[in-house]
Design a protein around this ligand. Structure first.
Ligand code: AP5
Ligand code: MG
Length: 216
């Protein structure tokens, strides 16, 4: 199965993708995590991406399409995955379609998570992420058992530097201008499912499962 998870920054894409992958044995492909890993490792890609990410802007399409082609069709390609954070522009979506056509594969479902802007800002301001395994926490709604430590691997929790108030506003604006047009793009494909994402993480997960497997 191949899924895309769409939605504004902070709506819960990473949180729900981690749950879906754990339950259904799919691979989580987060372009944000790939870029943060590159920054951590001090690679050329990381250096290039960092300048855009700290400002809340998108990394250029050609760079992202190169990353995704390698990830989806390179040596370590997987059959079953969830794309989290990609595509993010019409150009990326069209590039992805071309790649799928070339390799004769298709996306099964596009999940669109939907929540209020106020809620999104609250979620992002209190987010903490594991430096080691990328697990996502929230100081208000999903705190770690021990402050600053990941429940799963014991890794260090940190606050992403694009989770500052002014960068959050910028990212939301970038989403509206550059990513939201994808909703119409995918609506036309007939595979778009809109998921209410205003409830607790458990409730949102149930909403997604209902769409995918009828709540079983
Ligand atoms: P990326 O890492 O993809 O960030 P994003 O899209 O801005 O989304 P987030 O990861 O911030 O939010 P999320 O929806 O995953 O929410 P989460 O589950 O963490 O991208 C970062 C940057 O990389 C971009 O700005 C760009 O520069 C670059 N980039 C990446 N991909 C790119 C691409 N394709 N093209 C160009 N540039 C690209 O949840 C948020 C918080 O809320 C957490 O604390 C969580 O615990 C909490 N929470 C989650 N669900 C709930 C709930 N239901 N109730 C209460 N709290 C909840
Ligand atoms: Mg995320």
């Amino acid at each position: 199965m191949k899924l895309i998870i769409l939605g504004p920054p902070g709506v819960g894409k990473g949180t729900q993708t981690q749950r879906l992958c754990a339950e259904f044995g799919m691979t989580h492909i987060s372009t944000g995590d790939i870029l943060r890993e590159a920054i951590k490792n001090g690679t050329k890609l990381g250096e290039q991406a960092n300048a855009f990410m700290t400002k809340g802007e998108l990394v250029p399409d050609a760079v992202m399409l190169g990353i995704i082609e390698e990830k989806l069709f390179g040596k370590q390609a997987q059959a079953s995955y969830i794309l989290d954070g990609f595509p993010r522009t019409i150009t990326q979506a069209e590039g992805l379609e071309k790649l799928f056509k070339l390799h004769d594969v298709r996306i099964d479902v596009i999940l669109l998570l939907d929540a209020e802007v106020r809620q999104i800002i609250d979620r992002l301001s209190a987010r903490r992420t594991c430096r080691n395994c990328n697990a996502v926490y929230n100081l208000m709604t999903n705190p770690p058992k021990q402050a600053g430590r990941c429940d799963t691997c014991g890794g260090d929790l940190f606050q992403r530097n694009d989770d500052k108030a002014e960068t959050i506003t910028k990212r939301l604006d970038v989403y509206t201008r550059q990513t939201e047009p994808l909703v119409d793009f995918y609506r036309k494909s007939g595979n778009l499912r809109v998921i209410p994402a205003t409830g607790t993480p458990d409730e949102v997960f149930q909403n997604i499962k209902k769409e995918l497997i009828g709540g079983k």
